[in-house]
Write a protein that binds this ligand. Structure first.
Ligand code: C2O
Ligand code: CU
Length: 562
């Protein structure tokens, strides 16, 4: 269908990009049609605080995060109730030293304390915390029914073996989309010596951009976050938030910046590109992709606007360099979202996310190394089997191979150390699915038989599966050497669509690596009354991971330096 300018105005769609492709228009089913209109590019981009450990010993840093309700100003002159880690929106950043545990890497214990209480319907807000992108033991991976009920806490232990931009978020069965929508999401950065030694932009020039959408209903000074999953299909908003602020601006110097992009939206994917003008796409703006979900790419990949845009599905991470010395002082550069294919939603003040204002000169001794970091390619010929997973909607449910979630059913059991090819299929029906596999990073082989984009060729844990697509990915389910078969890592993990509404209803399944792994619910949350200080709880640092095995495994898999 075609939409003329008047139709678009009526639907409130203009002000987006000239590349906006309005097919599949559906009216939002919200109680109120749109969030209040607010001025954009007024507030400065805030940078979420880096959380300091409460306590450290020789191998481990101990952090404490309280899940709590809070009221924060998101829309001007109003406050909004959010559910946040430490009451923050988004949560605090954990920045941890990873890498070889013998020489540099640190282990984390993060104590999550749930004080969220009840929701509007007087139901307990049971939390589950998943650190997305970390290879955690099953009992620390946030299995969807391993609850931390209100009044309880749980210590999650993380090995930090891979340098990457990852994130923690809620994973409670059936409620993940609402809980993440209400604010339960935060970034977690693992760095190692190899990466820190590279001459990439650092410090204040290394900037997280946590992107999501939200819908607000305003009543006087109360702007309520409205969660509407539209008949269990998807939840969208018409306000773009970056680091918790609607359409921020950021003043930048004429030099290179590293941006860590993370999409925490429950259901919205983005296609990112830069433009010098807000209402049309200018040609030739560059972003250089240096990393994806699982860390640095082998080589930098330059994307030049308007196409190809950088697709950022839900839960995906990309790291990019923007060199603002390509611009003059007083230039503005817009981070645009230039439209979708599949799962169309047309609330589209969302076609611009934020603005960079180039305001000053500054020296820049950073460079983008080429190559960045060796990436060992997994070989198809090493795969011992292929499995097929079909993601589709039927009987008003979101299903994988025709089945919904059953925590007691294991749908795949790769042998410990096996290399497998997983084939994801989307037979169509108007939706794309970002497929997330817990525990391991994988590599994409091809999409509909064609090579994937160069920037998709690194280590990843979320895979864009478009309509009518068949995507093949390859992964290794642990190290193959028999002497490693002690702790690292057997057990049951989840695989699901990261459209969180699809995940909740119930496009999620269990796979099990090897046998005799720890049970996902073997380390249950405890009442807050039983909580002791870290020092008392851990007179010795916990040793639940076989760190040497992890280190050797990583060297073998990732090559020198990792
Ligand atoms: Cu980001 Cu299973 O989740
Ligand atoms: Cu989906």
């Amino acid at each position: 269908m075609k939409l003329n300018r008047r139709d678009a105005l009526r639907l409130g769609l203009m002000g987006g990009s000239a590349f906006f492709v309005p097919f599949g228009v559906q009216k939002p089913l919200h109680a109120a049609p749109f969030s209040p209109q607010i001025p954009r590019f007024v507030k400065s981009l805030p940078i979420p605080k880096v959380l300091s450990p409460e306590y450290s010993d020789e191998t481990t840093d101990y952090y404490k995060i309280t899940l709590q309700k809070n009221r924060v100003e998101i829309l001007p002159n109003t406050t909004t109730e959010i559910w946040g880690y430490n009451g923050l929106f988004p949560g605090p950043i954990i920045r941890q030293r990873g890498g070889n545990p013998k020489t540099e890497g640190r282990q984390s214990v993060v104590r999550f304390i749930n004080t969220l209480g009840q929701d509007d319907g007087d139901c307990d807000i049971d939390a589950v915390i998943h650190l997305h992108g970390m290879a955690s033991l099953p009992q620390y991976d946030g299995f969807a029914t391993d609850f931390v009920p209100p009044g309880h806490f749980k210590d999650y232990i993380y090995p930090n073996d891979r340098a990457a931009t990852i994130w923690y978020h809620d994973h409670a069965i059936d409620k993940t989309s609402r809980n993440v929508y209400m604010g339960l999401a935060g970034m977690y950065i693992v760095e190692d010596g190899f990466e820190l030694d590279l001459p990439l932009p650092k410090g204040e020039y290394d900037v997280p951009l946590i992107i999501r959408d939200a819908f607000f209903e305003q009543n006087g000074s109360d702007a309520k976050l409205v969660f509407d999953n539209r008949g269990e299909k998807s939840t969208y908003g018409d306000v773009a938030l970056v680091n918790g602020v609607p359409w921020p601006k950021m003043e930048v110097a004429r030099r290179k910046y590293r941006f860590r992009l993370l999409n925490t939206s429950p259901s919205r994917g983005y296609q990112l590109a830069l433009s010098r003008e807000e209402d049309r796409m200018t040609v030739g703006e560059k972003m250089v992709v240096i990393g994806s979900d699982g860390g640095l790419l082998e080589k930098p990949v330059t994307l030049t606007s308007p196409y190809p845009a950088l697709k950022l599905d839900m839960a995906e991470r990309y790291e990019i360099i923007i060199d603002f010395s390509d611009y003059e002082i007083n230039d503005c550069v817009y981070l645009k979202n230039i439209g979708f294919s599949g799962s169309i939603d047309v609330d589209t003040r969302i076609h611009t996310l934020m603005r960079f204002d180039v305001v000053r000169d500054e020296p820049d001794n950073s460079t983008i190394p080429d190559p960045l970091r060796p990436v060992k390619r997994l070989q198809e010929s090493d795969a011992v089997r292929t499995r097929t997973f079909r993601f589709e909607r039927s009987f008003s449910q979101w299903l994988i191979n025709g089945r919904g979630w059953d925590e007691n059913r294991v749908d795949a059991n790769p042998g410990f150390g096996d290399i497998e090819i997983w084939e994801f299929e989307n037979p169509g029906s108007g939706w794309f699915h970002p497929i997330h596999v817990h525990l391991i990073d994988m590599q994409m082989l091809d999409r509909n038989g064609l090579p994937v984009h160069p920037h998709e060729q690194g280590w990843k844990d979320v895979f864009h599966l478009g309509e009518f697509e068949k995507l093949r990915v390859i992964g290794e389910f642990g190290p193959r050497k028999p002497e490693y078969m002690t702790r690292f890592i057997h057990g049951k993990f989840m695989m699901h669509c990261h459209n969180l509404v699809h995940e909740d209803h119930s496009m999620m399944t269990v796979f099990e690596v090897g046998e005799n792994g720890d049970e996902p619910k073997s380390d249950a949350a405890k009442p807050i009354a039983e909580m002791k200080s870290f020092k008392e709880t851990y007179p010795e640092p916990p040793q639940v991971y076989d760190m040497e095995a992890i280190e050797e495994f990583d060297e073998e898999l990732y090559g020198e330096g990792r």
